[in-house]
Design a protein around this ligand. Sequence first.
Ligand SMILES: Cc1ncc(COP(=O)(O)O)c(C=O)c1O
Length: 440
Amino acid sequence: MNEVNPGLSQRDLSCIWHPYTQMKVAPLPLPIARGEGVYLYTEDGRKLLDGISSWWVNIHGHAHPKLNAALKAQAEKLEHVLFAGATHEPAVALAEQLLSLLPPGLSRIFYSDNGSTAVEVALKMAWQYWQNQGEDGRRGFITLHHAYHGDTVGAMSSSEQTSFTKAFEGLMFPVRRVHSPYCHRCPVGLKRSDCAIDCLSDLERTLAENAGSIAAVLVEPMLQGAGGMIVWPAEFLAGVRRLCDQFGTLMIADEIFTGFGRTGRMFACEHASVSPDLICLSKGLTGGYLPLAVTATTKRIYDAFLSDDRSKAFFHGHSYTANPLGCAVALASLDLFRTENTLERVRELEAHFRRRLESLRGKKAVGDVRGIGGVAAIELATDGGGYFDSIGPRLSEAFLKRGLLLRPLGSILYFMPPYAITTQEVDWAFDQIAEVLDEI
Ligand SMILES: Cc1ncc(COP(=O)(O)O)c(C=O)c1O
């Protein structure tokens, strides 16, 4: 790697624009040459433990032989075909399997190709559902503070307004935002030990004040990810379902991050035995291999689109809807859940993470520790510079030097490796975290 033969990072610098990156000041991107299991290997010979599952998508590890084989076999049969007026075996088989796993009542699968589009689909479906029923007044959405639902305009409008969305203020539509159960920074000033999920009353009040005008309530069940790895009491989730029923509105569960075992259950809604009216899935759907997404819904919603009037159809689709390669790998990933007892492994990780998190709680740098399933989060005791808190990049750099790839969300440090990680590797990663926390 020199001027005559520049490395990957240098070549990248002259032609690529990266996501969420101030290109003027960003460090050179890591030149990743290959992945295997929980490790990524750089072109310049470094071995990094992928502590964030490559943006929360990877489940069974990188380059898994069974997923590779499924991908290869499908590529040799059918790489892609349009999904309007055509169908294929992997899409049908995957829909059948997902419906057998999803919370009861969900009976139709609509495919798209990434998390944000799965949310757009859910918002548009909910909106048109009411119109098709002749209830034109239900056009509002309620979402939660600290929410993150994606970067397309509808998903962004539904997310918490932050420095990331500021530039697009006039472009977004208004939504009503209500308290999230962020216990460490309780929005109603209580302690979890003596509260009765009082924060839920904000949703109740908002629904009551806007009775008849809300199309849907959109939530990330049990774990709000990008907003700060906020772990919910299951009672809040149960309360959201109860209030949606009470006020006759739809509940959309964004399980793009939480789906496929991330919270220790296949789907986070299971923690409160809740069935949403719409559920959004992506990320772990293909085990972290390919962009694919699902919005699943109920017979009641699907039936409202059936009509002799063609304008009542759901006019939404993407070129790569239900891509066969993605569906085939998703099927192979679900197979691994069964043959490798993946959910059992996540529960073991949860218990192990808890022990290690508790040992960090007393440290000066630590404000709170929390976790669920395969996610361990440490909220640092800083004044809170938000996502742009300079502590984040400094921590990333310190971990990188130690061979651990982490990307804190500002002052929220989290560890979320592929479930395939071993106990020794977990201990090694927590040792690095403990040492770095002592250094800062
Ligand atoms: C809960 C949630 N919803 C939606 C998204 C957006 O997914 P994508 O990045 O695939 O558009 C994310 C991504 O982090 C997410 O965590």
